[in-house]
Design a protein around this ligand. Sequence first.
Ligand code: PGA
Length: 244
Amino acid sequence: MKVIKVKDYEEASQKALNIMLDVIKNKPDANLGLATGSTPKRLYESMREDHRINGTSYSDIKTFNLDEYFGLSPDHPQSYYYFMCQNLFDELDINLDNVHVPKGSGDIDEECVNYNQLLNDNPLDIQLLGIGSNGHIGFNEPGTPFESTTHKVDLKESTIKDNARLFFNGNEDEVPKQAVSMGIANIMNAKKILLIACGQNKAKAIKYTIEGKPSIDVPASVLQNHPDCTIIMDEAAASLLETH
Ligand code: PGA
């Protein structure tokens, strides 16, 4: 695991941008595994800026998002598909046919099978991750087996609270209770993994992820077993680390 400690969110986002652009420049038809949440917003903004100013092209790039709420249509302002369009895709030259986010409606079991097949057919060159305050990656909550593939998830109370606060005006009743998520095995199949963690509320999860013994109790700790994983963190997220 490569640990990069930086001062703040801005610096973390710029370091992450360099890594993403490196992948894209080396492989203009790369498969990018993308994430939602507040963490990657500045990175996505920087990717838009870079596209506008430097002309980095996404015309042959394919993207695969980690997860989607179940029960929200793609045009719902809190759906992850909508988030990705607003924060990234709308301002890139990406072909929307090459954009993949799990479907949040229809037959959820069928969608899990289909999305998993899609991931098997399109190996990811990089997977971008945030981390939950409970150590989740994607919607893989504590207790999710490391062998899990794309699956239906019942969201934990802590995740519903976090997301209500950040994205649903504090209204927990509006946060869907289920989601479709890539499994941990899908994430681990990516050639390269890039996790960004910022803020004091991530410090405990980051400490265990880096210094604990890999355990399903803290899903991100599985990343210790990945051959090419970089974790970028700000000072607050790194504040409980003993060894870095
Ligand atoms: P955040 O969420 O980026 O909004 O902190 C990260 C996550 O829950 O994976």
